[in-house]
Design a protein around this ligand. Structure first.
Ligand code: SF4
Length: 306
């Protein structure tokens, strides 16, 4: 609980801004819901939190496959990177598809029906798999359309690459800030970091967010290596499947503005809870914009409450 109270991430900010009650469900009511002795409500909220739309599933596969080959493979040509990515991505897809259709997930995952479309809309698994595979092909084509990015990645020497597999954090005074860098390397005293935002994430961001995301990552690298801002290049790559194109946004934002933004957001979120008295649902007000509720994953728990 403490960690949830004193930490901040861009995702937390987005969820809190969407609806404070949703934030409560997402970060507090679902906590430890996978444990054997959790209450039935706790468990249901936990399950609900972890059901993902199929596009998000594929987006995650693309990012993890790209990270894998970027770190593990000695690539020297752009075509090699494209081929390796295709192989690794389809292999991961087939493995996860098998698990999904045969219900062979690990004990913890078994609590979760992995895809929103199957869980909420009761669509047959085979239909969802078909849509997923189609989306995967389009997403891969969109990524491959960015020749410049592929060329840059394929030229990074192996020894310069930084392992970014786990989410990382840094501190801004007492605030723990979580980030999740996708690809990064350190070369000639300079860090370059790239985060990919595929199609569905695009819908959740407005243009103003784009630079902010790169800027938060810049703060992270500055903190980690204690180097001057001019030696850090952070890029957010937005993949637009409709247009089959990628847009690369470089961080140009003033970092002082970003720090102010984080501090303000953190203090608004933090004002809803009190560490001495605990966390109460009533302090996390429901949104007044009821249009949002139709898309909310927690509506079944929320509808009859105050
Ligand atoms: S159903 Fe509506 S009020 Fe309830 S958590 Fe979701 S968005 Fe908020």
């Amino acid at each position: 609980m403490e960690d949830n109270i004193y930490s901040w991430s861009y995702t937390k900010h987005k969820i809190f801004s969407f609806c404070r009650r949703k934030y409560f469900y997402f970060y507090f009511a679902s906590k430890n819901g996978w444990k054997e002795y959790s209450s039935s409500l706790n468990r249901k909220v936990f399950v609900q939190k972890h059901i993902v739309p199929y596009k998000k599933w594929i987006n995650n596969l693309l990012i993890s496959s790209l990270r894998n080959i970027f770190l593990d493979t000695h690539i020297i040509k752009p075509e090699q990177l494209e081929n390796q990515l295709k192989k690794t991505l389809y292999k991961s897809f087939l493995r996860e598809k098998f698990n999904l259709l045969n219900n062979t997930h690990s004990q913890e995952q078994k609590l979760i029906t992995p895809l929103k479309e199957i869980y909420f809309y009761n669509l047959p698994s085979s239909n969802v798999i078909y849509l997923s595979e189609k989306y995967l092909t389009n997403l891969l084509n969109t990524f491959n359309s960015d020749n410049k990015l592929i060329k840059i990645l394929s030229e990074v020497p192996r020894q310069s690459k930084i392992n970014t597999f786990k989410p990382s954090f840094f501190y801004l005074k007492k605030i723990k800030i979580w980030v999740s860098p996708h690809l990064a390397w350190f070369r000639n005293g300079k860090v370059t970091s790239i985060n990919l935002y595929p199609e569905t994430s695009l819908n959740n961001f407005n243009v103003l967010d784009w630079d902010l995301l790169s800027s938060i990552n810049t703060l992270f690298w500055q903190n980690k290596f204690n180097i001057n801002r001019i030696n850090i290049e952070t890029i957010s790559t937005f993949l637009n499947i409709q247009k089959n194109s990628a847009t690369n946004i470089y961080c140009k934002k003033n970092l002082k503005e970003t720090i102010k933004f984080i501090e303000n957001s953190f203090s608004t979120i933090h004002s809803c809870c009190s560490t001495s008295l605990g966390v109460y649902k009533q302090n996390y007000k429901k949104t007044n914009d009821i249009k949002k509720c139709s898309t909310c994953i927690f509506k079944q728990f929320c509808i009859s409450e105050n």
